[in-house]
Design a protein around this ligand. Structure first.
Ligand code: G3H
Length: 538
């Protein structure tokens, strides 16, 4: 076996601590605080990890989940709508302090499920053990940071203002019912990055898990059920048309939180009969370039470009999806880059130091091959030995050079292990690529000359929302703004921004007169309102 091959295991070769003892047959869905039994059709979940048996090899079946119909989807919708009760429900009118208590109970219960969730992340989407653990721990940190950010926000809102003789207390209130859909590459973290702020701001939520990564939420269902009032969090499973389509067509969704493709987002948004009432929070495609300038530190650029293009096999919205390298450095860069890729370890997610793993989307190897074939027909070459080699669900990374604007891979977000490289002589070439691109998330610039870099910073920060200096593109740390221009995003998601995205400023105001003075004092001193209150959360 060479480095470009992957060794799928026999069942008895899987280390005991990582093996799946039993399939998960999910037969219930969470609606109105109850687990309702589903007797209709179900969807099998197959792992991207194939298992060898004698001369046979096939994906491990991990379990199944319900394919809810329209009727069940409407029942779930009604649960969220009733719990919100046009803003009069228990949850939207609850004090921030109490909502934080519910969320703290949830995060405590969630921590106990770390091992189960991490194991399912590996088996359902093929993410390495290290990255699966990181995804879980990062999500816990995100919840804790969100709680702390909300306390801060509440501190700022806990005092009465008086401007031009008008008393006012301004707070952020919920928006309504949120439909929350996460992506398969971060099925826990990115789903929770919208779910948690939506919940804690007092909205009620319908959660639809990502297309891969449904079962890994199962260990958390009891915590959802036990830690929040009935109807505040509800979960649907199934085909988009029957579930999301039915719910959106009702016109009762107030916020659509979605991380995925713009094609799907646009289809879903258009189903809402009152588009003005619908707010959208979207994380969509990106085609982040790396630009390697003539004076760049090559070792550093190669290391960051390998991480940027191939962490989780390139299945990150923030991945580097196009490399522009100055022609003076091209030969050396390609040599070092390919050497580094050849040294990457391919294997099962639990193996030590593994980087390249099986892909969860069954049609992805075919798509990778199509992009490679198209580029090769138009003049590119696969520079690395065995680049693009496919074994069942595994694709060895393909380094494509020279790429040009006739090729599909120049425009399409590959979201996988295909690495297009272009050499340039004039800096206008990568700049024009960014200006003309449909996407505007991030860019990585590699170079040392302060004058040259400064000249690039000023125009490029207006093309994207994060310019990374001598570093790969990435979302973290989660307290920094995560967003994009053009077709890459709608709304900003950081711990701080997400609390604002899922809420609206609302206020109680009144002229400074004797009646209002005694009225407001009586309400405050008697702690009669959850909103009009100067209580300080410690
Ligand atoms: O898929 C997009 C993720 O938000 C990327 O997050 O840069 O931390 O891997 P990351």
């Amino acid at each position: 076996m060479n480095n470009s091959e992957i060794q799928f295991p026999e069942i008895n070769q899987i280390p005991k601590e990582h093996s799946i003892e039993q399939s998960i047959e999910l037969k219930q869905y969470l609606c109105n605080g109850e687990l309702i039994t589903w007797n209709g059709s179900t969807q099998d979940v197959l792992s991207p990890i194939y298992i060898k048996h004698n001369n046979d090899i096939k994906p491990l079946r991990l379990g199944s989940f319900p394919l809810l119909n329209k009727e069940a989807s409407l029942q779930v919708l009604n649960s969220a709508v009733s719990a919100y009760d046009l803003g009069k429900g228990v949850w939207p009118t609850m004090t921030v302090k109490k909502r934080i208590e519910h969320m703290s109970a949830f995060v405590k219960a969630m921590k106990e499920k770390r091992l189960e969730v991490v194991k399912l992340l590996m088996w359902e989407i093929g993410k390495t053990l290290k990255d699966s653990e990181k995804e879980f721990d990062r999500t816990i940190d995100y919840i804790t940071d969100t709680i702390n950010a909300l306390k801060e926000l509440d501190h700022d809102s806990s005092r009465l203002k008086n401007e031009q003789g008008i008393y006012a207390q301004i707070r952020r209130g919920p928006l309504g019912v949120v439909l929350c859909m996460g992506p398969y590459n971060y099925p826990l973290n990115e789903t929770f990055c919208t779910l948690i702020p939506a919940l804690i701001m007092g909205n009620t939520v319908i959660l639809k898990p990502a297309k891969h990564g449904v079962l890994l939420l199962c260990p958390l269902i009891d915590a959802f059920k036990n830690c929040f009032p009935p109807g505040v969090i509800n979960i649907i499973y199934g085909h988009g048309k029957e579930t999301v389509g039915t719910i959106m067509e009702s016109g009762k969704i107030d916020v659509f939180a979605f991380i995925g493709s713009s094609k799907t987002a646009n289809i879903i948004k258009k189903l809402h009969p009152k588009p003005n009432r619908l707010r959208s929070v979207l994380g969509l495609e990106a085609k982040n370039p790396a630009i390697i300038l003539p004076d760049a530190d090559l070792q550093l650029a190669v290391e960051e470009c390998v991480l940027g293009t191939l962490s989780f096999n390139g299945q990150r919205c923030t991945a580097l999806k196009m490399i522009f390298v100055h022609e003076n450095l091209k030969d050396k860069f390609l040599e070092l880059f390919i050497n580094k890729i050849n040294m990457l370890k391919a294997g099962m997610p639990w193996e030590k130091d593994v980087m390249l793993t099986p892909l969860p989307e069954s049609d992805k190897p075919r798509y990778m091959k199509d992009l490679i074939d198209d580029a090769c027909q138009l003049g590119a070459k696969v520079l690395n030995t065995n680049g693009g080699h496919v074994q069942q669900s595994f694709v060895f990374p393909a380094v494509l050079y020279p790429v040009n604007n006739k090729m599909r891979v120049y425009h399409e977000e590959q979201f996988g292990p295909v690495i297009p490289i272009i050499s340039f002589s004039k800096i206008e070439e990568p700049i024009n690529y960014m200006v003309e691109s449909n996407y505007g998330q991030q860019v990585s610039i590699f170079g040392n000359n302060p004058d040259k870099i400064a000249q690039l910073i000023d125009p490029l920060v207006n093309q994207v929302c994060r310019l990374n200096l001598n570093s790969q593109c990435q979302r973290s740390p989660d307290v920094y703004p995560f967003n994009g221009r053009k077709d890459s995003a709608e709304g900003t998601l950081s711990v701080f921004d997400a609390l604002r995205v899922f809420s609206i400023r609302t206020m109680v105001a009144g002229k400074e007169n004797d009646i209002n003075k005694s009225l407001i004092s009586a309400i405050l001193e008697g702690r009669k309102s959850n909103f009009l209150s100067t209580d300080y959360i410690l």
